[in-house]
Structure formats: C-alpha cells, structure tokens
Design a binder for this molecule. Structure first.
Ligand code: AMP
Ligand code: MN
Ligand code: MN
Ligand code: MN
Length: 274
C-alpha cells in the first residue's frame, strides 16, 4: 500500500483527474501523504478545495523538465513554497519553453503531413501545460496511429520528429530555483533515461554537487534489482530517497495510487526532514 506517494499528475498537465478528484482517489487508495507533481505547472494547487488537516497530507510539488548534457532529465521540486517569487519565475520560464517547444513539434509534424497540429494538441490540452501526450492524442484522433504508445514510438519519442528538448532550463538552474523556494530537488525516475550505470552515476554525482537533495529510488512498478541499485546510489552519494507512483490515470497497472512503494531500509526518506 502506498502510504506515501510523492509523484502524481492531474489534468493540469497530462493526467486524467482534476486535482480534487486526484486527492479523493488517493484518499480512497489509502495514501496518507501525496504530492501532485504536474509537469512544469503549479495550477493544481489553485484549484484544491479542502481543509488543511484532511488526508492525504498534501506536499506542494512540481515535476520540472530540464536538460543535462543534452539529455532531458525530470527533476521534482518537493515541499516547495508555492507562492514564492522563485517558483512564479520558474513556472513562467518553463511555460514559455513548453509553448515554444509545442510550436516546434507542430512545425515538424506538419512537415510530414499532420494538419493543424498545434491547434489539435491545444484542443486536448485546454488551459493545461501543453506537452507531447496532447500531440499523441491528436495523432490518434487523426488516425495517424492507433494509440498513445504508437504515437511516441513513431513520432514523439526519443530521436523522433517530436522529440524537441533544447528549450528546457538547465538542471543547475532548476535545482537553484527549487532551493530558493525552500524545496528539495529530486531526480525523478532515474531508471527511465536509458543511461548506462556509469552515466547515471555521473548524473547523480553532478546533481548532488549542484545542490540536489534526493533521488526517486522507487518510481511506480519497477524491477527490484533497479530499486536496490538506486538505493545503493543514494546511500553512496549521501542523498535522501523518495518514492512515487507517477500516477497519470486509473487503469495503468504500473502506476497506481494503491501500489506498494516501500523504500529499502538503508534509505533515508526525503520526508524525514520536513
Ligand atoms: P512532455 O512533458 O511533453 O515531454 O511529455 C512527457 C510525458 O509523456 C511523460 O511524462 C509521460 O506521461 C508521457 N509519455 C512518455 N512516453 C510515453 C509513451 N511511450 N507512451 C505514452 N505516454 C508517454
Ligand atoms: Mn507525464
Ligand atoms: Mn517524468
Ligand atoms: Mn511524472
């Protein structure tokens, strides 16, 4: 049972549920501490209606897209001060980056024959932070692909025409903004960047040097060998450990709000310091 889940998405980025529905769903799943970590936006926190002492306890958070040595790395900012100048600035810079990137993705898709790609993706995003999943939905709607997975494999995933990453703020800059907001910077899902162990160790080492505080030792359903390896990395680097489902919508067995997310006993949990 995931009693503590520090990585989840609402409709304000690419999740399905509204922020209030997400909280209700987490409550029903038995989650006692939750962070809603939408991609590059804090909009969820403007919409939440509840008393401060209700469960789950809500930890203010965000998932930033960053660039490190030409690789896209996601960095969570957890336990941040939502209203501070640093976060306002960070989300505004990242929102502009998302828009510029969306235009570039659309141009690429139009070049290969997808009509009105920006308007099409925008229709799926609404007021939420626009991203590749919204283009994926549009590609399905237009009949270019049969599902979202195929949209990423053919058009949006690594090395494909919609894989545009040079707009993001540097990892260093993002860590600095998170610290200015009083939060802890956490490397999200370190096992999902297709890196060799050596390169991952270099990423974690530099992350620590730049002021990062923790790594996500458990991200959803993952191989226990990866969990053990990431726990050892965190311990060796003197970093705290976090865990989260990366929930986006009900019905995904690999990212459920009621899944077990038990950190190995050697880990120092990131929330101990809050
Ligand atoms: P973006 O933030 O715009 O780069 O979009 C990244 C998001 O796309 C991730 O957070 C996932 O939610 C989603 N995603 C990435 N790869 C896939 C995939 N193969 N199939 C479906 N969704 C994916
Ligand atoms: Mn996502
Ligand atoms: Mn991510
Ligand atoms: Mn995520």
């Amino acid at each position: 049972m995931a009693v503590i889940d520090l990585h989840s998405h609402s409709q304000k980025s690419d999740g399905l549920l509204s922020p209030n529905e997400l909280l209700q769903h987490a409550f029903e799943a038995g989650v006692e501490m939750l962070s809603i970590t939408d991609h590059d936006t804090l909009l969820a926190y403007q919409e939440i209606e509840r008393s401060g002492d209700s469960l789950p306890l809500l930890i203010p958070g965000v998932e930033f897209s960053t660039e490190w040595n030409r690789t896209g790395i996601h960095v969570l900012g957890l336990n941040i001060d939502l209203g501070c100048a640093a976060m306002e600035h960070a989300v505004s810079v990242q929102a502009n980056a998302r828009l510029a990137r969306a235009e570039q993705i659309a141009t690429g898709l139009e070049r290969i024959g997808v009509p009105d790609a920006l308007a099409g993706a925008r229709a799926f995003a609404g007021q939420s932070a626009i991203g590749r999943p919204h283009f994926a939905h549009y590609l399905v709607q237009c009949g270019f692909v049969k599902d979202l997975g195929q949209a990423f494999r053919k058009y949006l995933g690594a090395g494909k025409i919609g894989d545009v990453k040079q707009h993001w703020s540097s990892m260093e800059q993002i860590i600095s903004w998170i610290r200015d907001a009083g939060g802890t910077a956490v490397v999200a899902h370190p096992g999902k960047y297709g890196m060799t162990r050596t390169r991952r160790a270099a990423l974690i080492e530099e992350f620590k040097q730049l002021g990062g505080g923790a790594i996500e030792v458990i991200s959803g359903l993952q191989d226990p060998a990866l969990t053990a390896s990431l726990a050892a990395c965190a311990t060796a680097a003197g970093l705290l450990a976090s865990c989260g489902s990366d929930f986006h919508r009900p019905g995904q067995p690999w990212a459920r709000l009621d899944m077990p997310l038990q950190l190995p006993s050697e880990c120092k949990p990131v929330w101990d310091a809050w």
